[in-house]
Write a protein that binds this ligand. Structure first.
Ligand SMILES: Cc1cc2nc3c(=O)[nH]c(=O)nc-3n(C[C@H](O)[C@H](O)[C@H](O)COP(=O)(O)O)c2cc1C
Length: 385
């Protein structure tokens, strides 16, 4: 790809993956993605910030060749291969280049890529000079791994944010904010940032002290209105208020309960989103959890336990630790069920209070549905907390 100028002496040298539909064999990517790198030219040195996914190495090398880039510094903000994976090839072309990263990043680079290089560890707040411009490194651990840092181009106020504020969007208009940017940034947050929300919040406070004119993340478009995404992250790291119902059904009985609960919550003006997790993209469901305070798990009983489609998403919920405060279990069974205790086991990482379960033998009758209405009232009460 031809490099794109994003500011004076600052170029986007990323590669765009239009067709990729899953990341880490886990995160769904309806809009593809990009692996962003940036070249910054100063009067005495040129730095490349991050590289690209190994499968895209040739494309990045071609871009740099076209630019006749003479790279002195390769800044590795995070050792994960989608950012660092082309460092080995770059070191063959630029053997004298210094690879700059946090101590944790450099250790990981050696372990993940098995490279020997001219490594230079930097501490929080340390700078390097490119002559007429200066790069300052700000350590932001756990956004996304313990090794991560962001890079601030002094004077221009451009913040290279690595995974922070990223979005999986493939776009040719790298400087435009697409209409669905916040939705995709939220999906990205749900999968990558949510388990570390407290660290993310503290790093958000740290970078809010900087004068930032533009953010240049490692995935998705450049952000020309930093306030937009900073406010969104502030909201997402503060927890939510809505209700998400994760459900599935084999013969329709659980669905009857879910429909009644949804209707009743809507009557009560409670924001609710039912998701049939066996039918829908798991990423959609996880994204809804960013704003939720109550999760209702509604499942038929299968071999005494929740349906496997439910168990599978609960595994992810337990790992991603959304800001939930309450969980309720509902569902239909035939002769005997252990789903309530199993859900508690599957969600053992969450610090939540359980509301009374509504478990129904077979198809719910009006009396059962009144218990669903009572659950809705309880949810309304706790959601107003
Ligand atoms: C493969 C399979 C396994 C089941 N295992 C159990 C079970 O262990 N205990 C039980 O009470 N019901 C079991 N059932 C019965 C369902 O839980 C029951 O039909 C329930 O009403 C289905 O709810 P649904 O209509 O929402 O799918 C099983 C059903 C199927 C298809």
């Amino acid at each position: 790809m031809t490099a794109k100028r994003i500011a004076d002496g600052v170029y986007y040298t990323g590669t765009i993956d239009w067709d990729r539909r899953t990341f880490d064999e886990l995160v769904t990517l309806p809009r593809g993605t990009s692996y962003n790198s940036y070249l910054i030219s100063g009067t005495s040195a040129t730095a490349l910030i991050d590289t690209t996914e190994p499968s895209r190495a040739a494309e990045l090398l071609r871009t740099l060749e076209e630019m006749d880039a003479d790279i002195k510094y390769i800044v590795s903000q995070h050792a994960e291969q989608d950012h660092s994976g082309t460092i080995p090839e770059l070191l063959e072309i630029y053997p004298e280049a210094e690879v700059i990263g946090t101590p944790a990043c450099i250790e990981l680079l050696q372990e993940l890529l098995r490279i020997n290089g001219n490594f230079r560890e930097v501490k929080d707040g340390e700078s390097i000079s490119l002559g007429d411009r200066t790069l300052r490194f700000i350590v932001t651990p756990w956004v996304h791994w313990p090794d991560t840092m962001v890079t601030y181009l002094e004077g221009d106020g451009i913040l290279f944010t690595c995974d922070f504020f990223g979005s999986h969007i493939a776009t040719s208009d790298i400087m435009e904010t697409p209409d669905d940017f916040l939705r995709e940034a939220k999906r990205y947050y749900a999968h990558i940032m949510m388990p570390f929300s407290q660290m993310v919040a503290s790093n958000l406070r740290k970078i809010s002290e900087l004068e930032v004119s533009m953010m240049a993340p490692s995935h998705g478009p450049v952000i020309s209105e930093p306030g937009l995404i900073m406010d969104a992250y502030d909201t997402w790291t503060s927890g939510g208020e809505g209700v998400v119902i994760a459900y599935t059904t084999m013969h329709g009985s659980t669905r009857v309960m879910v429909e009644r609960l949804t209707e009743k919550l809507m009557e009560l003006d409670v924001s609710v989103r039912p998701v049939n997790v066996a039918e829908h993209d798991t990423g959609e469901f996880l994204t809804e959890l960013v704003d939720a305070s109550v999760l209702v798990v509604a499942s038929p009983t299968v071999l005494t336990r929740p349906h496997p489609a439910i168990a599978s998403v609960l595994y992810l919920v337990n790992a991603l630790r959304p800001p939930l405060r309450h969980v309720a279990v509902m569902g239909s069974y035939g002769w005997g069920s252990l789903i309530e205790s199993e859900v508690r086991k599957l969600l053992s990482n969450l610090n939540v209070e359980y509301l009374e379960s509504v478990l129904v033998k077979g198809l719910p009758v009006e009396e059962d549905l009144q218990r669903v209405d009572e659950l809705a009232m309880k949810i309304k009460g706790v959601n107003e907390w």
